[in-house]
Design a protein around this ligand. Structure first.
Ligand code: HCA
Length: 520
């Protein structure tokens, strides 16, 4: 597609809408000094977007995976149902009485609660939860209506905490709080930082090379595969935020020597705050795809700089490669030469492109549902991003160095030296890795999905539940990369094999012979 074709596509919009959407779409051209993309702004009413709400981002994405917590959804049952296991974030526990991942707990607000207020009902619900489950903590997430009627969640939580003696945190993540689920991630990050991380009494890590894995939600078991590799190399995983995670682990996350950031968008706030408060740097990693996994492992080893760790890393890489490369080679024969759309959340739209390329599949269009400009253009643009009213709506938590626990984990000189070699405290964004001529779309909508499919005829479409079936009915295999449909893990070495198998299966399924795409 060239600029002229893109212009024709946009001309189908009313002029005001065209002016808006034009800023969210670019054709990658590395000859230009820079290409700015608009992101994290309101979707135009009436446009069919794939975005979720602040509640989905807070309860559904970041908090929900914490397994030893009871998550109360204060609101209508539909909101609770929507975030009940739909993301397929898995969890297992040594103590089965402390794994509540399969439960859906909600105040199920009715019209009378909206009229007379829902605080009493919420307080009763907390009592009931304590009686039945005895969780390590209770988190309450707000939905749109409770914000509109003005229920004071914080007051109910405070009173209940005094009554029951366990941490009870309330999150004001009313769905309308932001332009997408991204606002909810930020709210969840603030709450975890204020009310959970650092509450534990550990002063030291219980093993060598202690790390936290941030922005890894164990969808389809991803985190288990990543932890398998890391533990074998010799790392001590203190906490995963938040896949298969727990309140109990999270409260001691301050003892880690390094924080890994997998999903930059949803967790970079905590990564930054942990550095300010405890002096722990963060490293951008990507465990999707064989090469990305290898690069991440090597960068981690370089950070710790221990020759024995570097050697063990190489041993594990060599062994895993020898095992998975022949299998991937078989699938590559089926996938080679195909093209993909990769439109996912705030990092998978980028991460999966490498794995597709390893299978010989070119990503011709990519984008993010809820990212900010830095996820596209890299963190260097952060100072330029104008704070609009929607962004200011979410308070930035002001943290300061912890008087007792702050310790620089590496010297400023070593930090500078390492930053030249590895993405410490840095993310360069998705755009830099995309080929010239490929299309980058922020907040891809239904109309544009149909138009770009007509123009580019991709062999596979990857995105989420809201658009999957529309696209499949057009005769194009569609792979959910939020929830992985019914599969996974897709991370790490074993995950790459699973993904290759599933994608090859999608191409070879005879189902497609029975569907006629609209343009035929
Ligand atoms: C949401 C949840 C979501 C998107 C799910 C999807 C997620 O906010 O709606 O479109 O498949 O990551 O699970 O963001």
């Amino acid at each position: 597609i060239n600029q002229k074709v893109l212009e024709e596509l946009l001309n189908q919009y009313p002029s005001k809408v065209k002016r808006n959407r034009k800023k969210h779409i670019i054709i990658k051209d590395s000859a230009l000094a820079r290409q700015e993309i608009e992101a994290n702004t309101r979707t135009i009413p009436g446009i069919i977007t794939n975005r979720g709400c602040a509640f989905a981002g807070c309860k559904g994405v970041v908090l929900g995976p914490l397994k030893d917590v009871i998550h109360i959804v204060h609101g209508p049952i539909g909101c609770a149902f929507y975030t009940w296991g739909a993301r397929r974030n898995k969890a297992k526990s040594e103590d089965p009485t402390k794994n509540f991942i399969n439960y859906c707990v909600s105040t199920d607000m009715q019209e009378s609660d909206i009229v007379f207020g829902g605080e009493k009902k919420l307080a009763r619900m907390i009592d009931e939860v304590m009686e039945i489950f005895k969780p390590n903590a209770i988190f309450i997430s707000a939905t749109c209506p409770v914000g509109l009627i003005g229920d004071d969640l914080q007051a109910v939580a405070k009173a209940a905490q005094e009554k029951h003696g366990i941490p009870i945190l309330a999150f004001n993540c009313e769905g309308y709080k932001g332009v997408s689920q991204s606002a909810g991630h930020h709210i969840a990050n603030n709450g975890l930082m204020e009310g959970v991380i650092g509450q534990g009494d550990w002063e030291e890590a219980p093993g060598k090379y202690p790390i936290n894995i941030l922005g890894e939600y164990n969808i389809g078991g991803d985190s288990w595969e990543v932890e398998r590799i890391l533990k074998e190399i010799g790392y001590t995983v203190i906490a995963v935020m938040t896949g298969d995670g727990s309140y109990e682990e999270l409260k001691n996350a301050h003892v880690a020597e390094l924080n890994l950031v997998q999903c930059h968008r949803s967790i970079n706030y905590i990564a930054d705050m942990l550095e300010t408060k405890y002096g722990t740097p963060w490293l951008k990693v990507n465990f999707i795809g064989v090469q990305a996994t290898i690069d991440s492992l090597r960068n981690m080893a370089l950070y710790f700089g221990d020759p024995a760790l570097i050697q063990k890393t190489e041993e594990v890489i060599a062994r895993e490669l020898a095992r998975v490369e022949p299998i991937l080679g078989q699938y590559k024969k089926i996938c080679q030469g195909k093209t993909a759309f990769c439109f996912v959340g705030g990092s998978r739209g980028h991460h999966y492109q490498g794995l597709y390329a390893e299978l010989g599949i070119e990503t011709v269009l990519a984008g993010y549902e809820f990212a900010h400009r830095d996820d596209y253009e890299g963190r260097d643009v952060i100072p330029e991003i104008k704070l609009d009213a929607d962004t200011k709506n979410i308070p930035d938590l002001h943290v300061t160095p912890d008087e007792r626990r702050f310790r620089l984990k590496i010297s400023p000189e070593r930090m500078e030296e390492l930053k030249k070699k590895i993405p410490l405290r840095n993310y360069k964004g998705m755009n830099i890795e995309m080929k010239d001529g490929s299309i980058i779309v922020d907040d891809l909508n239904h109309f544009e999905t149909e138009e770009f499919i007509r123009l580019l005829k991709p062999d596979i479409f990857s995105s989420g539940i809201k658009d999957k079936y529309v696209v499949q009915k057009m005769g194009i295999p569609s792979k959910q990369l939020h929830s992985y449909d019914y599969s996974g893990p897709y991370a790490g070495f074993n995950g790459a094999v699973n993904f290759a198998r599933d994608i090859a299966m999608a191409f070879t399924s005879p189902t497609w012979n029975f569907i006629t795409p609209p343009w035929k």
